[in-house]
Design a protein around this ligand. Sequence first.
Ligand code: ADP
Ligand code: MG
Length: 327
Amino acid sequence: MTSAIRLSGVSRHYGAVKAVDNIDLDIAEGEFFAMLGPSGSGKTTTLRLIAGFERPTVGEIQIYGEVAQGIPPYKRPVNTVFQDYALFPHLNVRDNVAYGLMVAGVAKYARHKSADDALEMVALGAYGNRSPSELSGGQRQRVALARALVNKPKALLLDEPLGALDLKLREQMQEELKALQRSLGITFVFVTHDQGEALSMADRVAVFNEGRIVQIGTPEDIYYRPESPFVADFVGSSNVLPPRFVAPLIGRQVYGSLRPEAVYLADQGHPAQVTSVSFLGTATRVSITVGDVAMTMLLPKGAAIPKAGDTVQVNWDDADLHLMAAP
Ligand code: ADP
Ligand code: MG
């Protein structure tokens, strides 16, 4: 596998703030790679380091085998779609997409041809003469994509590109982006704080916390085999069980994680108090306490549903109790 982007021991410190702290990354050519983490965990800074808008305090970045240090952003074979993708309101869609090429001195015919090709890629081939104000939010987002694609980058860096869209449009754009990435075959580095978005779109996910990468893996790895209580808790609201709960069950002082859908009502099991019940449509979420440990369980449609205040018995399969070392 050829490496598209490689970071070795990269840090970016601002005084005492360790925005990015000693990270290693190896993103393969053609990969859809997500960077997932809470706000302030260093995702945007990492993207800006790759794009060349920031310089590492220490460490080395390689882009398609070339050391990036000293190469200005516009000469790197990557392009960024920013979270705030403001279009020029006084330029039509085609000129918005062609703007960077115009600044670079590309002649009108050639830059319009390139812009139309890029608009074609995002299914807006017929919209070149429109004004941005005549487009929907999703269409404007696609123009921002076309603007980044017009230079034919080898890798596209996307910083929370769907953050401004409402849920329905967001889900539609997730599918479109994924399809676009597959058809173009270029590397996508996609930043998001949304677990579902990262897990559903990416080939691999890096989970960030406090400037560090705490786990890298496939969506299945991250979801089913979190390596720390932080990842288990952040990626999809798993039940994180403290060692004092797990030790009596398996005889080892380790953390456990248990997916809400892995906990079920049983005739024999652990006595639990039901604290609340929420109907979610396709399933029902039941909050319980087992001893002094709070958990949630997700009961499928059609299951018997207890009421708040009930005492029930719950259980899970041994194989679903995932064990983790201390945080
Ligand atoms: P994320 O994109 O994951 O929300 P950022 O990379 O934007 O996180 O920021 C990581 C940390 O670095 C935050 O604590 C942020 O306040 C800090 N930071 C980012 N840029 C600067 C800067 N130019 N000067 C000082 N601190 C910064
Ligand atoms: Mg950010």
